[in-house]
Design a protein around this ligand. Sequence first.
Ligand code: F6P
Length: 254
Amino acid sequence: DIIKEISGLNVLENELKEKLQIKDVIVVAGDSDQFPWVKKELGRACVKRIKSSLTGNNIVAVNGGTTLADIAEMMTPDPKNKEILFVPGRGGLGEQVENQANTICAKMAERASGNYRLLHVPDVVSNETYQTMINEPSIREVLELIKSSSIVIHGIGDAITMAERRKTAPDDVKKIIDGNAVAEAFGYYFNEDGRVVHKVQTIGLQLEDLANVEHVIAVAGGASKAMAIQAYLKQAHDTLLITDEGAAKELIRG
Ligand code: F6P
């Protein structure tokens, strides 16, 4: 649109697409590290994209984090009243309640006048508990909905920031540091080359499930996330990235 042309954001978008070798990028003005309202702009762009991607089967899986919480704030009902079912992509993953996938999912559904289902599972589970829980009928049912989602919205974080925010056990922190992890997304920690160096065992969407999802949207901004964004996208070329000018400029410089 005209605003993008005047501000040069479309030039940034094209440069970034080329640099990251990804299909599609949206860049919004500002740097969310500096101004919190920029996350709302990321949210606005994301909501617009969700609406334009709605078809017959609209199951939208959403992850946690502060960016996703802001996307929920910006959600509004679909003018064409298409039906949407929101599901959480994963369990809690050690986030504060307002930043957990379940909370965000319920809020998005409320604002979209849609429906939602929740995943009532603990954050991190032992192998044994994991096997028992995924066979529990009520959980299984939600897991099947999650796996058949047509749209997945997720955040990307800096690996160390996320390990700290989740109060990760010392052994796992060591694994994350020794593996030179720089990025984190839905429980997976990635090194600079986009290789998984650590994974948190949680119930919900797994990395390999994304291949079957029509629209995968990663929303992450702020110059401080540039390295994380670049690393994560090395293994996710089909993902649509929604980011801000702060991250985009840093990515192009880097
Ligand atoms: O913990 C959920 C999560 O989506 C992570 O996978 C991601 O790294 C992080 O939140 C992003 O959080 P924020 O948007 O607050 O930077």
